[in-house]
Design a protein around this ligand. Structure first.
Ligand code: BDR
Ligand code: CA
Length: 311
């Protein structure tokens, strides 16, 4: 199994991603879950991460709290999408499992120093603040990271927080810029892909029909999460953005894309956080990102229901 660290700001779709990973020990070994401020403030994202690990029946999972604000900007949150708690939908119980004492960034740095170089994959599902802070503190870690597979960015489907930018990149564009320039192999799941990973009535029913508490919770979360995209974009259902990252680690052949150059806009107020993707290779800037464009949605959802049905 591939060793991973999940860096996250749960978020209903983050929750489904964490469940998919914890349900798939033959494919991924979750070394830790590191929370970052994003969809909601840090106090809620670290709590939500623990709620999800407990729900999965894995209260021994190491959960750490990380950065509570972007590198150099005030935090922008997304309660309009995820609700006040970040995990609105079903009733939630306070988690009993403990938060680890160490800071998430220290955990990331120490884990990468300890593990065999090239054996750990980072899976960011929120703003890239924790990851960039780790790279700033210990730049030599770049050589030890196998790969970064992240949800963020957009090119053809630009803009869910501004007309030009996707939320995770917009919230901390300076952090995203550090990651894109790090030389680490990056695989990116932009809105172009995640807007094709849409729930439908049947797909939500498949979760509910599992007859488990996890299935019930996932169905209630997707029901809540659907409202924003249905109203805003007239989508058929909710895009399950973040689970695409974990699905890629398990079944990469579900996805297709191009290895291209992607730069992050950090200057312009109008297009702040835009992922300027040289999809048509009109510059000679070096390729730094495997930029995904499409997925097989049926296979994606059957993977999700198979695995989450185990919990
Ligand atoms: C991303 O932003 C968050 O709201 C979601 O959890 C996802 O990571 C989509 O733009
Ligand atoms: Ca997220």
């Amino acid at each position: 199994a591939r060793k991973i660290i999940i860096d996250t700001d749960p978020g209903q779709d983050d929750a489904v991603a964490i469940l998919l990973a914890l349900a798939s020990p033959e494919d991924v070994e979750v070394l830790g879950v590191t929370a970052v401020a994003g969809n909601v403030p840090l106090a809620l994202t670290e709590r939500n991460a623990r709620i999800v690990c407990e729900l999965a029946g894995k209260p021994d999972t190491l959960v750490f709290a990380g950065c509570d604000a972007p590198l150099s900007r005030p935090l922008v949150t997304a309660e309009h999408v995820h609700g006040k708690t970040g995990l609105d939908g079903p009733p939630l119980e306070e988690p009993r499992m403990a938060l680890q004492g160490a800071h998430a960034v220290d955990f990331i740095v120490e884990t990468l120093r300890r593990e065999t170089p090239g054996s750990v994959t980072l899976c960011p599902l929120g703003p890239l603040t924790n990851i960039a802070t780790a790279l700033q503190r210990a730049p030599e870690l770049a050589d030890r990271i196998a790969e970064i597979v992240l949800m963020g960015g957009a090119y053809f489907e630009v803009g869910n927080i501004t007309p030009a930018a996707e939320f995770n990149i917009y919230v901390d564009p300076e952090a995203a810029d550090i990651v894109m320039k790090s030389g680490i192999p990056v695989t990116m799941m932009p809105l172009d892909v995640t807007h094709r990973a849409l729930t439908t009535a049947d797909r939500v029913e498949a979760f509910r029909g599992m007859g488990t508490r996890v299935g019930e919770m996932v169905a209630a979360w997707t029901d809540f999460f659907e409202r924003f995209d249905k109203e805003k974009y007239g989508s058929a259902g909710a895009p399950l953005h973040d689970p695409t990252v974990i699905a890629y680690l398990i079944e990469p052949e579900i996805f297709s894309g191009r290895h291209i150059n992607v730069e992050i806009e950090t200057g312009s107020e109008l297009t702040l956080g835009m992922t300027v993707a040289d999809y048509w290779r009109v510059t000679d800037r070096p390729a730094n990102v495997q930029f995904m464009r499409d997925l097989d949605a049926d296979r994606f959802f059957s993977l999700l229901t198979d695995r989450i049905g185990r919990l």
